[in-house]
Ligand binder design. Structure first.
Ligand SMILES: Nc1ncnc2c1ncn2[C@@H]1O[C@H](COP(=O)(O)OP(=O)(O)O)[C@@H](O)[C@H]1O
Ligand SMILES: [Mg+2]
Length: 224
């Protein structure tokens, strides 16, 4: 393994609730090397999603520094953060987060809308990605016409659209039965085998132990 893709130094995220400060994440220090497969585990409400979303530049930290691909994301403007997200990160969510009015193909194309690529090239890449995740026959379907397993595979294809080195997945199998969950995890294994860094949140120890090289445990916002 080579260099760190993430170097996190005392990351904190505080929310104000009823006038009181409450820490969803408290002084988390760790690094993640390129090519690792890391699982984040911990009880419900312990700060797993908060940690993942701060790494993914979806949520702003209130303290600490976080270097992602060599940049301190706590110092970036919203516009720069959007660029970092677009170029470096593919997200997969528990509830898929597909746009309901768009076909699977259009959902997969979305992350490339602001790229310089020609339209036909984007379309072709989206088609190839949907073929890769086994959905060649479902490209024209809307999310409501897909099963949960299919929807999550569309979401994985979408996450790959800009060929990001880092995949972040928040309980990607949480809404799936075990067969569909296994096929989603097999895809994540493939992405890892291609050299991508994969970080998942899961509360399933079997998934964590089977797929991850390393497990980070969090409790009450504190990394153990
Ligand atoms: N947007 C928010 N506003 C206020 N509190 C939040 C917000 N997001 C998360 N929290 C709180 O932060 C804590 C950690 O939440 P979360 O990261 O979602 O935990 P987990 O993913 O481990 O279940 C919880 O107490 C939650 O209520
Ligand atoms: Mg969560």
């Amino acid at each position: 393994m080579s260099e760190a893709i993430i170097q996190a130094n005392e990351l904190s995220k505080a929310y104000t609730k009823g006038g009181r400060q409450m820490f969803a994440l408290r002084r988390a220090t760790f690094s993640i090397q390129q090519g690792e497969f890391v699982a984040i585990m911990g009880p419900s409400g312990s700060g797993k999603s908060t940690l993942l979303y701060t790494l993914g530049c979806l949520v702003r930290l209130t303290g600490g520094q976080c270097w992602l691909a060599g940049r301190d994301i706590t110092r970036l403007s919203e516009r720069e953060l959007a660029q970092v997200r677009n170029r470096y990160i593919g997200f997969v969510f528990q509830s898929f987060q597909l746009l309901p009015t768009l076909s699977a193909l259009r959902n997969v194309e979305l992350p490339s809308l602001y790229s310089q690529q020609a339209r036909h090239a984007r379309r072709e890449r989206a088609q190839q990605l949907l073929e890769r995740v086994g959905l060649a026959e479902r490209m024209g379907h809307r999310p409501t016409e897909l099963s949960g397993g299919e929807a999550q595979r569309v979401a994985i294809a979408r996450a790959l659209m800009n060929d990001p080195p880092l995949i972040l997945a928040d309980e990607p199998t949480g809404n799936l039965d075990s067969a569909n969950g296994a096929s989603v995890m097999a895809l994540l294994d493939e992405l890892h085998a291609e050299g991508r860094t994969v970080i998942i949140v899961t509360h399933d120890p079997e998934i964590a132990h089977r797929h991850a090289n390393r497990i980070l445990y969090i409790r009450d916002g504190v990394l153990e």
